[in-house]
Design a protein around this ligand. Structure first.
Ligand code: ADP
Length: 528
């Protein structure tokens, strides 16, 4: 600044500096009256210079008291910095400002007034407001999300409580194991049935804590326990129909025995289901039930059948013998009509003898009183023998039957009589459940790549087939599918039950594939 300016020049110079500022500037007298303003102040208040000068400074703010206190503070302290006020335009617009102000004095040091410069911070304020709104919005969002989560947690814990209540109140014993077979959960029925409490078994291996025995009382090794196999990801079904549903529970069929804490044992039946995450087994659920009562009932039934069959056998045989004698003319020549009637009686009583025989076989098997006689057996020969026996029926129905035997089929050690019963049932069923001029194909193989170490044979027919809804019952006692009961009354529904029992007790497997009205194939494997 040029220090040589005249007083007048100096004031002009100051004036131009003041006017050059876009910020509103005021000078205020000790009484609070505005003594001078620049264009910035006129613009921000919307009031003409003549009107502003001489008016109260505090008139131009939304909060006059605060404005008043502001300039008073300047007089007291000499200055203020960043004093926040809001200027009100005559049209109602608001401008947020920060005031920097200081007193100015006469040459003699007398305080003349206050020089106040306002800095427009509206934009900053807006930004702050926006930020604040944004923060509020975020807060709101977080609060809402937290509430939602809390609701979810509540729902989940309610669902969990419900699940637990269901599991606890389930009548069947239930145990959940992790991927290594350690117990994670057992229900009340489990505790009651086995005598172990949840606390005692948690974290222990199921296969260790609950030993399993076979019918004869031999302990089943851990690795052979179905649970162990399920946990290593094997897909086993002990059911004899190939299941199309990959999530179908794995069925454990009796007889198997579990040992209680007090070392007593009970027969059980149940399910094991793998718990899958994607296709990885992360655990398993086993449910089972004590079937002592069912077994007792079953035994009583078998005992009764056995008794009845024994009692029936002798008189029935007598009927057959005497009819045979009559037919062979031992008691004199018969006329054609008599012969026809006696033939009916003969075939009827023979059928009854066969039926009584299978009743007896089943009951003997159920009671477990058959003695097993293992001998060297030639399966192809046994098939030939069975086919010969059925030749008359085959001829009558004009069936095209082929027996395909692979080379070098070894002899196997099995109970020949009982295995013969199986072949007989398979072949006679194929003949029975086929149309005239149907085709039956029997194959015998040994140790192919699919069944190493096994004898493998199949009986295929293009007959009636088995309806879908009957498939899982074919091997149950007395079961006969609707499509055959409609057609032929002959049959007991015991043959397949027997076959399965015999094959499984010979450590083999039996199963089938069938489509109604297309045909059936029964498969059997037996260890070599
Ligand atoms: P059944 O004395 O009735 O033949 P089985 O126990 O031998 O009794 O067979 C049970 C049921 O299985 C039969 O009644 C029939 O419904 C069905 N079945 C068995 N083999 C065949 C087959 N080859 N074709 C069609 N259905 C069959």
């Amino acid at each position: 600044m040029n220090m040589q300016l005249s007083k007048d020049e100096e004031s002009k110079y100051t004036r131009s500096l003041i006017e050059a500022s876009l910020d509103p500037l005021f000078t205020i007298s000790i009484e609070g009256k505005i003594t001078d303003v620049n264009k910035g102040s006129i613009k921000v208040t919307g009031v003409a210079r003549e009107k502003i000068i001489g008016s109260d400074f505090s008139d131009y703010f939304t909060d006059p008291e605060m404005a008043c206190a502001g300039y008073k503070k300047v007089f007291e302290d000499g200055s203020v910095i960043d004093y926040p006020l809001t200027i009100k335009h005559s049209n109602g617009n608001l401008t947020h400002v920060l005031y920097n102000a200081s007193i100015y004095k006469s040459e003699q040091g007398r305080v003349l007034g206050v020089f106040a410069a306002a800095r427009d911070i509206t934009a900053k304020k807006q930004l702050e407001n926006q930020l604040e709104e944004f923060a509020l919005l975020q807060d709101q969002k977080i609060t809402n999300r937290t509430l939602e989560l809390a609701q979810k947690v509540k729902e989940l814990s309610e669902a969990k409580a419900k699940d637990e209540a269901i599991l606890l109140s389930l009548g069947d014993a239930l145990v959940v194991v992790d991927k290594v077979g350690k117990i994670e959960f057992v229900n009340k029925a489990f505790e009651e049935l086995l005598g172990w409490t949840q606390e005692e078994v948690l974290g222990k291996y199921m296969v260790e804590i609950i030993p399993r025995e076979d019918e004869a009382g031999l302990e089943v090794p851990f690795v052979e326990r179905i649970l162990s196999e399920v946990l290593v990801g094997k897909r086993i079904t002990t059911s004899t129909v190939e299941s199309k549903d990959p999530n179908a529970p794995i069925v454990i069929l009796p007889p198997y025995y579990y040992i209680r804490k007090n070392k007593t044992r009970f027969p059980a039946t149940g399910f094991i289901n793998p718990i899958l995450l994607g296709n990885k087994v992360i655990g398993a659920v086993e449910t089972f039930r004590d079937i002592t009562k069912e077994k007792e009932l079953d035994k009583a039934k078998s005992d009764f059948i056995s008794l009845a069959a024994h009692q029936l056998r002798t008189p029935l045989s007598a009927v057959s013998w005497y009819t045979e004698m009559l037919l062979s003319g031992d008691a004199g020549e018969l006329n054609e009509t008599q012969k026809k009637y006696f033939e009916q009686i003969y075939s009827g009583s023979n059928r009854m003898v066969e039926m009584v025989k299978s009743f007896l076989n089943v009951s003997l098997l159920d009671i477990g009183s058959t003695t097993i006689r293992i001998e060297n057996t030639n399966i192809p020969d046994l098939f030939k023998n069975v086919i010969d026996e059925q030749q008359q029926n085959i001829n009558e129905k004009q069936i095209d039957l082929t027996l395909e035997v692979a080379e070098n089929i070894p002899m196997i050690y099995v109970d020949k009589k009982r295995i013969r019963m199986v072949l007989q049932n398979l072949v006679s069923n194929a003949i029975k459940y086929i149309h005239k001029k149907g085709k039956i194909r029997i194959t015998v193989n040994a140790s192919n790549e699919k069944y190493p170490g096994m004898m493998f044979f199949s009986v295929q027919d293009n007959g009636f087939g088995i309806p879908e809804q009957s498939k899982d019952k074919i091997f149950t006692k007395f079961f006969r599918a609707e499509n055959v009961t409609e057609r032929s009354t002959d049959g007991t529904g015991l043959g397949m039950y027997l076959a399965k029992n015999i094959i499984e007790s010979s450590r083999g497997k039996i199963w089938f594939d069938s489509t109604e009205d297309v045909g059936s194939t029964f498969y059997v494997t037996l260890p070599l």
